[in-house]
Write a protein that binds this ligand. Structure first.
Ligand code: SF4
Length: 290
C-alpha cells in the first residue's frame, strides 16, 4: 500500500514536471473577479473543454456590453453567440443566464469579489447554492480563486487519472479523492485541474483515447501499456511457427446418397471583470439591469 502510494507520488511528480512546461495555470490574481472563473467553470463540463469555454466567453464579450446584458438577454440571443459550443449552445446559454440571475439576486450585482472575504467553506456553500453550479464548478472556483486544496473531479477527470495510473479503477470515493490530492500535492492541484479540464474532454474520453495527442503520454500507464502491446504484436507474429500447409480439399465432391441441391433463395432484401465593449454605431443600446 505504502509502496503503491510512493510509486504514484513519483509518477505524479514526473507528470507534474511535464504539465509545468505545457499547461498555463496561474491562480486568479487579486484584481480578477471570481465571477469570470465561475462562468468558465460552468461553461466547461463533461463535453466542453476549457478551450471551447474560453471561445464562448470571448464571443460573449464581443457581442454583449457586460455580463449584466447577458443576464437580461433571452436564452436564444445568448445561444446565438455561443455557436462554438455546437449542440450544447442552448443548454449552456440557459445555464449561464440562470447563474447570472442567481448571482444578481443574491448580491444585487454581478460580482463575486466578496468571496475572498469568506472562509472556504462559506464560499463553497454560497457557490453551491447558485443555479447551474455543480461540485466540479464550485471546486474549480475555490481552487483557482481561494487556493483551496481540493481537486475538482468529475467522471471524465477520474477516468483520466485512472488511465494515468494515479487513481485506482472503480468508483471514486471521498477517501480515494483525498488520497489523489495527497499524491498530487497542493502545489500541483491547479496544474492537474487545468490539464484535466482540457485533456479529459479533448483526448481521454471514451473507450479509445487519443494518446498521440496527449502531453502526458510519455508517463501515462495506459498509453505505455498500449504502446507495449503494439510493439509486441509484430514480434509475436514473426516468432509464431508457420502453420502447416493444409492439403487442398477435394472440390466439393458430394457424398454418396446425401447430396442435396442447394438453391440460393432470393433474400427479399433490397441492396442496402467588467466587460466593456462600446456598442458599434447602429448596435442596440445595452439593456438596463432589472
Ligand atoms: S496518454 Fe492517453 S490514456 Fe493517458 S491521459 Fe493521455 S489521452 Fe488519456
Amino acid at each position: 500500500m505504502a509502496s503503491s502510494r510512493t510509486a504514484k507520488s513519483k509518477l505524479a511528480s514526473r507528470i507534474r514536471q511535464i504539465l509545468a512546461r505545457e499547461v498555463a495555470a496561474q491562480p486568479a490574481g487579486e484584481n480578477e473577479d471570481p465571477i469570470e472563473h465561475l462562468i468558465l467553470a460552468v461553461l466547461e463540463g463533461c463535453d466542453t473543454p476549457t478551450s471551447k469555454a474560453n471561445e464562448a466567453i470571448a464571443a460573449a464579450r464581443r457581442n454583449f456590453v457586460d455580463w449584466n446584458e447577458v443576464r437580461v438577454s433571452s436564452v436564444g440571443e445568448i445561444a446565438d453567440c455561443l455557436t462554438c459550443l455546437g449542440d450544447m449552445a442552448r443548454q449552456k446559454a440557459a445555464s449561464l443566464k440562470s447563474l447570472l440571475n442567481g448571482v444578481c439576486e443574491s448580491k444585487r450585482g454581478i460580482s463575486l469579489n466578496f468571496l475572498r472575504e469568506l472562509t472556504v467553506s462559506q464560499a463553497q456553500a454560497y457557490l453551491a447554492s447558485l443555479p447551474g453550479t455543480d461540485e466540479r464548478a464550485v471546486g474549480a472556483v475555490l481552487l483557482t480563486c481561494m487556493n483551496s486544496p481540493n481537486l475538482p473531479l468529475d467522471d471524465a477527470g477520474a477516468l483520466l487519472c485512472q488511465r494515468l495510473g494515479l487513481l485506482d479503477a472503480g468508483r471514486v470515493t471521498q477517501k480515494s479523492k483525498r488520497e489523489l490530492e495527497g499524491i498530487i500535492g497542493k502545489d500541483g492541484l491547479l496544474l492537474f485541474h487545468r490539464f484535466m479540464a482540457e485533456h479529459a474532454r479533448n483526448h481521454c474520453a471514451g473507450d479509445i483515447p487519443n494518446c498521440p495527442a496527449c502531453i502526458a503520454r510519455a508517463e501515462c500507464r495506459f498509453a505505455l501499456e498500449e504502446y507495449a502491446k503494439a510493439a509486441r504484436k509484430p514480434k509475436a507474429a514473426a516468432q509464431r511457427p508457420a502453420a502447416p500447409a493444409t492439403p487442398a480439399k477435394k472440390a466439393d465432391a458430394p457424398k454418396k446418397g446425401k447430396a442435396k441441391a442447394v438453391v440460393a433463395k432470393p433474400s427479399g432484401k433490397k441492396p442496402t471583470t467588467p466587460l466593456k465593449k462600446k456598442p458599434a454605431a447602429g448596435k442596440r443600446a445595452p439593456k438596463k439591469a432589472t
